[in-house]
Ligand binder design. Structure first.
Ligand SMILES: *Cc1c(COP(=O)(O)O)cnc(C)c1O
Length: 383
């Protein structure tokens, strides 16, 4: 049996007619950049995420970059994030000349450890603390970071919170008082990606920033078009961060199906848990589903010391997997100048060495999940 890590063709088959119609509409209009479709998508995403505003941008990476720019973050400023994430999170910080400060993650959620965040801020000298401007928590694999303590710390130190929600559209977080918020509506900015492998993927690159703040919304819209306001008059230096009408049209159409797809992903995760928990495998840890609504962009298991061998074995049996992320960002060559060493952020380093993502996409069949678990059973020689 073949079980790819992700099968976008299956999703496309089901909605092909609608998609082709919407693409044709855009072609007939010959209106390709920003415009009414992008504006409509912005309204829908803002509503979906429980935010007042959204600004469509060119990618998830640019969503993070433009949010940092909108806060005026630049040379010498410090921004805290985690090293166990896609490169874009820290790359956007460093591209502006700011200095990423890495905080380690929690063991089973792979998200920022709020206790370590507090300790890291306390350990900064007064110069560094005065330059500290923002925190970028990541809602990794589709589960919200522990936002309540993170927001408390941010408030105490007057820091902006930019949520990297690229993998978490529709994920929910519950506060102690019972209130529930969606990813991207908790900090000052929420950054989303429409990269095709995300839960809500475009037919190319795209992204969006959410915010509840009118002034920030206005600033984002200006920065998106080279900082011009009005056209050809530049008060600030922005970039070309525009979203295409074609991408907006495709994403808008897919948004109608997102909750159904998310529900399928959640059921797939439950099925993996049920079957895997029937076995006893030494050193294997399933991801913790702790927050209100995990949307399972990825289902990532921890397999102490056997990750590589398991991946090879699964591949030989037709099962696609992926290693997210083999090198934590503090040990990337391009960040040598930050002077981090192996051992500085042990939980991230351990996760980078021992985790493996299994297929979890919405169209996955029950028999395929059973097959994947069966191959794992054979690999671990358990019954
Ligand atoms: C995908 C992703 C990004 C970047 O999004 P692009 O649209 O690919 O630029 C940023 N952060 C995380 C955590 C991501 O998964």
């Amino acid at each position: 049996m073949k079980v790819p890590l992700l099968d976008l063709k299956k999703q496309f088959e089901k909605i092909k007619d609608e998609i082709m119609t919407t693409i044709e509409d855009v072609c007939d209009s010959q209106y390709f950049i920003l415009g009414p479709r992008v504006a409509e998508l912005e309204e829908q995403i803002a509503q979906y995420c429980g935010c007042k505003y959204a600004v469509g941008v060119s990618s998830g990476t640019d969503a993070i970059l433009i949010s940092l720019m909108s806060e005026g973050i630049g040379v010498g400023d410090r921004v805290i994030t985690t090293p166990y994430t896609f490169f874009a999170t820290a790359g956007a910080i460093a591209r502006l000349g700011a200095v990423p400060i890495f905080v380690d993650i929690e063991k089973q959620t792979y998200n920022m450890d709020a206790n370590k965040l507090a300790r890291t801020i306390q350990s900064l000298d007064s110069m560094e603390r005065s330059k500290l401007k923002a925190i970028v928590p990541i809602h990794l694999y589709g589960q919200c970071a522990d936002m309540e303590p993170i927001m408390t710390i941010a408030k105490e130190f007057h820091l902006t919170v930019i949520e990297d929600a690229a993998q978490a559209i529709g994920a929910e977080y519950q506060f102690q008082n019972g209130s529930i918020k969606r990813a991207g509506s908790i900090g000052q900015y929420g950054c989303f990606s429409f990269f095709p492998s995300k839960n809500l993927g475009a037919f190319g690159d795209g992204g969006i920033v959410t915010t509840n703040d009118k002034a920030r919304y206005d600033q984002l819209k200006i920065l998106r078009v080279h900082g011009s306001d009005p056209k050809y008059y530049h008060k600030s230096i922005g970039g070309n961060f525009r979203l295409d009408a074609l991408q907006a049209a495709v994403v808008m159409l897919k948004l109608k199906y997102l909750d159904e797809w998310t529900e399928n992903r959640r059921q797939n995760a439950n099925e993996y848990r049920r079957l895997i928990n029937e076995m006893e495998i030494d050193g294997m840890i399933l991801p913790l589903d702790r927050e209100k609504r995990h949307i399972y962009n990825q289902f990532v298991i921890y397999v102490k010391d056997k990750r590589g061998a398991l991946q090879t074995y699964l591949k030989e049996h037709g099962v696609g997997t992926e290693i997210y992320y083999p090198v934590p960002l503090h040990l990337q060559e391009c960040f040598n100048y930050l002077k981090y060493q192996m051992g500085d952020l042990p939980i991230s380093e351990d996760a980078a060495k021992n985790t493996l993502a299994l297929p979890i996409y919405p169209e996955l069949e029950r028999e395929q999940i059973a097959y994947v678990v069966d191959i794992m059973r054979k690999f671990f020689k358990v019954s």
